[in-house]
Design a protein around this ligand. Structure first.
Ligand SMILES: Cc1cc2nc3c(=O)[nH]c(=O)nc-3n(C[C@H](O)[C@H](O)[C@H](O)COP(=O)(O)OP(=O)(O)OC[C@H]3O[C@@H](n4cnc5c(N)ncnc54)[C@H](O)[C@@H]3O)c2cc1C
Length: 268
C-alpha cells in the first residue's frame, strides 16, 4: 500500500487516534506499507507493473489506484458555471447557473454543515440527500440543501472505524478554538472489547463539531447519533444528559458513558 500522506485515512481520522489500528496493520506479515511516498508513475513492464514513487520503485502484478475522484464532465456541460475542481456550481437550492437545471451527487460541492464552506464530498449519503432536496425544489425552490458532515463508517481488517465532522487536524479551517476529548469504554456489559473515541468540541459553546470511533466491536451505528448531535448543534452536556433506555442485556456501554464524564477523558 502506497500512500502520499504520513498515514492512511487522514481525511477522517487523526493519526494519534488511529494508532491502535496502525500499529496492528504495520505488524502484518502480508502487508507492505509505504507512507509519505507520493506515486509519480505507474509503468507497464513485461511481467506486470513498476510503481515509481518519490523514494524508490516497486514491482507488482496488479495496481489498484484509489486516488481522489473528481467529475469528468462531457462538453455539453460547458453551459454550467463550474468550480475550479470541475464540480458544477449550484445555489443553496441546488439549481445550477442554467435556470431550471439542478445538479446533485458527485457532480457538486456541498456545504460543510459546520464550517459552511462548500466542499467536494462524493458519498452516497450526500448523493441521496441532495437528490431529495433537488426533487423538492423542482416545482418551487423551498428546500435549501443542509449539506453534510463527511460521515463515514467502514470495516478494515478486524477494525470498525467511523468518523463524522471535523478532525483535530481540521481545526485550522474552523474559526474558533477546539478542544478534544479522548475516551475508552467497554463495548457492552458483556463484551469488554474496547471502544476508542475522540470528540472535537468548540471550546466557547461546548457544541460537538466532530467525532471518531475505533473498535473491534461493531460500533458503526453510533456515529449516526453523533452526526445527528452535531447537526442539531448539541453540546457535550446535552449528550451526557440524554435519556436513553437501560437494560443490562441490550444497553451499549458507549451509550451510557457518552462520553467523557467519568471516563479517562483527555484534553488536548
Ligand atoms: C468503488 C467505490 C466505492 C464506494 N463506496 C462508497 C461507500 O461505501 N459509501 C459511500 O457513501 N460512497 C461510496 N462511494 C461513492 C459513491 O459511489 C458516490 O458518491 C455515489 O455513487 C454518487 O452518486 P451519483 O448519483 O452522484 O453518481 P453515480 O452513482 O456515479 O451515478 C452517475 C451515473 O451517471 C452515468 N453517466 C455518467 N456520464 C453520463 C453522461 N454523460 N450521460 C448519461 N449518463 C452518464 C454514470 O454511468 C452513472 O451511472 C464509492 C465509490 C466507488 C467508486
Amino acid at each position: 500500500m502506497i500512500e502520499s500522506m504520513s498515514y492512511p485515512l487522514f481525511k477522517y481520522f487523526d493519526r494519534d487516534f488511529l494508532q491502535p489500528f496502525l500499529t496492528e496493520i504495520e505488524k502484518s506479515p502480508n502487508l507492505q506499507l509505504h507512507w509519505s511516498e507520493p506515486t509519480l508513475a505507474v509503468v507497464k513492464t513485461e511481467t506486470g507493473f513498476r510503481i515509481e514513487t518519490a523514494d524508490q520503485g516497486y514491482e507488482s502484478d496488479l495496481v489498484l489506484t484509489t486516488v481522489n475522484v473528481h467529475p469528468r464532465l462531457p462538453e455539453a456541460f460547458a453551459v454550467f458555471e463550474l468550480h475550479s475542481d470541475q464540480t458544477i456550481w449550484t445555489d443553496a437550492y441546488l439549481e445550477t447557473s442554467a435556470t431550471d437545471i439542478f445538479a446533485v451527487g458527485d457532480l457538486i460541492q456541498i456545504p460543510n454543515a459546520i464550517t459552511k464552506d462548500t466542499v467536494y464530498m462524493p458519498l452516497v449519503n450526500n448523493a441521496v440527500r441532495s437528490g431529495i432536496a433537488a426533487a423538492r425544489n423542482l416545482a418551487s425552490k423551498t428546500t435549501p440543501f443542509r449539506g453534510g458532515l463527511r460521515t463515514v463508517g467502514t470495516q478494515l481488517f478486524e477494525w470498525y472505524l467511523a468518523s463524522t465532522g471535523l478532525t483535530e487536524s481540521d481545526r485550522f479551517f474552523f474559526e474558533s478554538p477546539i478542544v478534544c476529548h479522548a475516551f475508552t469504554a467497554a463495548s457492552s456489559l458483556f463484551d469488554p472489547t474496547q471502544v476508542h473515541g475522540k470528540v472535537m468540541i468548540e471550546q466557547a459553546s461546548g457544541r460537538i463539531v466532530g467525532a471518531q470511533l475505533l473498535s473491534k466491536a461493531n460500533i458503526l451505528e453510533k456515529i449516526n447519533l453523533l452526526a445527528f448531535a452535531i447537526e442539531q448543534q448539541a453540546t457535550m452536556e446535552e449528550l451526557t444528559q440524554k435519556d436513553f433506555f437501560f437494560h443490562p442485556r441490550f444497553t451499549n456501554v458507549l451509550d451510557q458513558t457518552f462520553i467523557w464524564s467519568g471516563s479517562d477523558a483527555d484534553e488536548t
